[in-house]
Design a protein around this ligand. Structure first.
Ligand code: SF4
Ligand code: SF4
Length: 471
């Protein structure tokens, strides 16, 4: 935790997390329905992200999904670009850039990703929580319902809510499955029924149950205890990170402004509205805490209070701890410029590698463990293994030629011809001999050039060795 003025109740809050009560039981959070301009903005932003997520598997480019992360078959398509296991270094760089982006973004702008873009928060706050408000009412009504005996009203409301929760969890599980195996495969599973794919059906049920449990039961526990990104906040944030922060300089000492009260009070009227609206059940006035997902609900709530009190907004706002302490707003720092520079370098390298990435990738290696073979008629051969990958969504005509030494001849082992058709997104493997007249072999090791043509265009020249008989 980063700051700040000691709250009136002392620092007891540091001894426990908001999830657990004094008796060690779960502290169930009943957040008040949020409202305000930031919440409205977050709602629209979430709608846009959900539209992207749910329609993503259906968006196709030349008959292929825009995004496919099939880890089981090691097939990846990212923004319409197919990646093969041979692209592992590029894929790794993509992942590193993504992680660095997240870290640098967090160091500068705090945990805003969690509150505004993380699927966990979006599903929880924009789908599951809204269903809950619709069926059970606002925070007080929910608490009352939980405390009352199991009568018809409670059974009816709880059953409806949990059935809807599970159905939604099934939709989410199917959506994620579509990103894993492709939407066509998921449709096939649905059409052919569970009995035809029992294994996958059970996997889907397990996924759906996990999603249901996450949103119906675990909720903020995921953000606070399970999520590694959440756990790393303490390492990534410092006093210059911009986070949702309470301006204790302006707000303290807090208290109800009553006529005749002599004590000079700060702007916080201690109404606790910022606490009641918090989905992780914390009091942001205690300072930056692990539990805060930067959802900004407390900013909206406090701004509303400030307007009513005829005080300037922003008692809780996006600000760094240093900014609140010093009162100096400094958005562009050496660190933010340096981090942005690193990020730009990484992204430029990635863009360069992506744009210059080979559409047809090939490897040729002399067959391991084999020396030369004597073919008769004074000819010596070496055997080679080849792999050609078509990373595009178009069929290609491939040709393999040997061009050096000039007297060398290429003879395929398992194909009739060194020219063949390679379908889109396909890998061709095989072996061939390079045969050279013994009279042309003047050394043990002869440099050999093999050329790969795609649609009659030279795309790669591979230098390899030809091993001749020992003299
Ligand atoms: S909403 Fe604002 S005024 Fe009310 S307790 Fe929170 S910080 Fe203080
Ligand atoms: S403290 Fe404010 S920003 Fe943080 S989780 Fe609670 S309501 Fe959201």
């Amino acid at each position: 935790m980063l700051q700040q003025a000691t709250p009136p109740q002392g620092e007891i809050y540091r001894d426990s997390i908001s999830l657990i009560d004094k008796g060690g039981d779960r502290n169930w959070v009943y957040p008040k329905k949020p409202k305000g301009p930031l919440y409205t903005g977050r709602t629209w932003f979430s709608i846009a992200l959900m539209v992207l997520l749910f329609t993503g598997p259906f968006i196709k480019l030349k008959g292929h999904p825009l995004l496919l992360l099939n880890v089981l078959e090691r097939k990846f398509i990212i923004f319409g670009i197919p990646f093969w296991p041979q692209d592992l270094p590029l894929f790794a760089l993509l992942m590193i850039t993504f992680v660095v982006f997240i870290i640098l973004f967090t160091v500068i702008f705090g945990r805003v990703f969690c509150g505004w873009a993380c699927p966990q928060t979006i599903f929880m706050e924009m789908l599951f929580r809204k269903i809950e408000y619709l069926i059970e009412g606002d925070a007080k009504a929910q608490k009352k319902l939980d405390e009352q005996d199991w009568d018809t009203e409670k059974i009816g409301k709880k059953t409806t809510k949990h059935v809807l929760f599970f159905l939604l969890a099934v939709v989410i599980a199917n959506t994620f499955l579509s990103y894993l195996i492709g939407v066509d495969q998921v449709w096939k599973l649905i059409e052919e029924g569970p009995m035809a794919h029992l294994g996958k059906f059970f996997a889907l049920i397990i996924f759906s149950t996990v999603f249901y449990a996450v949103f119906a039961k675990f909720r903020e526990i995921i953000c606070i205890v399970v999520c590694p990104y959440g756990r790393l906040q303490g390492l990534m944030l410092d006093k210059n990170s911009i986070v949702v922060a309470y301006d204790y300089v302006r707000g303290e000492p807090r208290g109800l402004h009553k006529k005749g009260r002599e004590e000079k009070l700060g702007d916080c009227v201690d109404c606790n509205r910022c606490v009641h609206v918090c989905p992780t059940g914390i009091d942001i006035r205690n300072g930056t805490q692990l539990e805060c997902i930067n959802c900004t609900a407390c900013i909206d709530e406090c701004n509303d209070v400030m307007v009513k009190m005829k005080q300037p907004k922003g008692l809780i706002r996006f600000a760094s701890s240093a900014e609140i302490t010093s009162g100096i707003v400094k958005r562009i720092t050496f660190r933010s410029v340096a981090y942005t520079g690193i990020l730009l370098i990484l992204m430029s390298t990635l863009t360069y590698l992506l744009t210059t990435r080979k559409e047809i990738d090939s490897t040729v290696l002399r067959t391991p463990g084999m020396l030369h073979q004597e073919q008769g008629n004074g000819m010596i051969s070496n055997m080679y293994n080849f792999e050609v990958v078509n990373k595009t969504f178009f069929n290609k005509h491939i040709e393999i030629k040997v061009t050096k030494p000039s007297t060398a001849v290429l003879k395929m082992v398992d194909r009739n011809s060194p020219q063949f058709e390679l379908n889109e997104d396909e890998l061709a493997k095989g072996s061939f001999f390079i045969i050279i007249p013994q009279t042309d072999i003047k050394a043990n090791n002869i440099k050999t050039d093999i050329e790969i043509y795609s649609n009659n265009k030279l795309i790669q020249t591979i230098e390899t060795n030809f091993v001749g008989p020992v003299k």
